[in-house]
Design a protein around this ligand. Structure first.
Ligand SMILES: *Cc1c(COP(=O)(O)O)cnc(C)c1O
Length: 405
């Protein structure tokens, strides 16, 4: 665990100075810390959630009802749900096998095909740093610039990841950050939007605070949102920024240890960044894949019982599923491994299910190559948070080995 002293200091300060509101010294201080951290002369607006950051970036890109927005399919739903908030249509693009992120060739194919089919360009492109891994910034930015389509980088999982030494979130027109409880740093809940310049920053700030014009009374020329971060949450963020480098170093060390300990385990592969020199992942989560031929104890019983509540106890999951299976799910050996690890007090999870396979998006256009769907069937996320010690990693690897028949 990190030392919570700094967090408590700033939160206490918020109460002591009576700034228990969605603005104030901690919010300004946290934004300054973030600007320093991401560099490139960017301006940052702290928001109530990463999801709000995605939403506001779409609004600021002028995405309107009926427009299309290209988004990586292999992601958490917060990348694509806000596209529907503005009544636009997500167009899903599949992944490349090495980074698991948006495939640049498929991106270009999708752009061309949407123009051919609709006569209009997609309004924005959202690549996602899945599990912290950088997307191919060079190629995605080159294609986006050539077609003059703005890029909204979803770096919610990739806080502090770099491509060619440059921090993710600073390549596109907007960069989305998240400080939810499980992210690289946390403000309990929160997010931020990285913007290009003073004008863009000002506009996002307006949208985040109900779009109030500067008069002594309330005057509104546009519809805004109540998305500003609270000063109490920002106090936690300021404390977290004092240990962010340690957190990132920790995640990288955990990844390296998993790689080392699992390298001779047949049928289990650790997903690592391409060794081409540009990629510097924060390794927010360590992910592995299980060969379909690997036999895992108990796999004949996988999916026989309905899961009650979410895996990992995710908040808000109160529906009981109607059946134990869906038409697109992890292989039985992966589910058996999850159940085995769960019984050993290890919280492993399936990788994110691609959005183009989600029932809610069944009618959305999708440009697919099979990569994300096949990784979904064989992939798992392993614990990597600040509380995971070297001994824990050794224990987890021992459990994985013990599960193999
Ligand atoms: C966490 C996350 C977000 C933002 O989520 P919030 O919980 O709203 O902060 C956006 N995109 C991805 C890929 C994420 O993992």
């Amino acid at each position: 665990m990190s030392d919570e002293g700094m967090e408590q200091k700033y939160v206490k300060e918020a109460f002591d100075t009576n700034w228990v509101v969605p603005l104030g010294p901690n919010v300004n201080g946290f934004e300054k810390d973030l600007e320093e951290f991401v560099g490139e002369d960017k301006r940052v607006v702290a928001l109530s959630a990463g999801t709000a950051a995605v939403h506001l970036s779409l609004v600021a890109c002028g995405v309107k009802p009926g427009d299309e927005v290209i988004v990586q399919s292999f992601t958490f739903c917060a990348s694509s749900h806000p596209i529907t908030y503005v009544s636009a249509t997500p167009v899903f693009v599949d992944s490349e096998p090495d980074t698991w992120n948006m495939d640049p060739d498929l991106l270009e194919e999708a752009i061309k095909d949407r123009i051919a089919k609709t006569g209009r360009k997609p309004k924005a492109i959202i690549p996602v740093a899945l599990y912290g891994m950088p997307y191919n910034c060079d190629r995605i930015m080159e294609i986006a610039n050539r077609y003059e389509i703005p890029v909204i980088e979803d770096a919610a999982e990739g806080f502090g990841s770099k491509f060619n030494g440059q921090v993710l979130g600073t390549f596109g027109r907007y960069g989305v950050l998240s400080f939810n409880g499980n992210k690289m740093i946390t403000t309990s809940g929160g997010g931020a939007l990285v913007t290009e310049n003073e004008d863009a920053w000002r506009e996002i700030m307006m949208y985040a605070t109900q779009y109030r014009e500067s008069y002594p009374y309330y005057q509104h020329e546009k519809v805004g949102y109540n998305y500003r971060m609270s000063n109490v949450c920002a106090g936690i963020g300021r404390g977290q920024m004092t240990i962010v480098d340690e957190h990132i170093a920790h995640h990288k060390r955990v990844q390296a240890l998993y790689e080392e300990l699992l390298k001779d385990v047949e049928g289990v592969s650790v997903h690592s960044q391409p060794a081409t020199g540009e990629y510097d992942s924060n390794y927010w989560l360590c992910t592995i894949t299980l060969d379909p031929s690997l036999r895992v104890k108990g796999q004949e019983k996988a999916y026989k019982a309905i899961v009650t509540g979410a895996v990992g106890g995710a908040a808000g999951v109160i529906h009981a599923a109607e059946s134990a299976t869906t038409d697109c799910q992890p292989n039985e050996n992966v589910e058996a491994m999850r159940v085995w690890l769960d019984a050993a007090q290890v919280e492993a999870r399936p990788v994110w299910k691609p959005m183009h396979k989600q029932p809610v998006y069944q009618n959305a256009p999708a440009y697919v190559n099979g990569v994300s769907e096949s990784i979904f069937k064989i992939g798992m996320c392993l614990p990597a948070g600040p509380c995971v010690t070297d001994d824990d990693v050794k224990y987890i690897v021992d459990c994985i080995k013990a599960a193999i028949e």
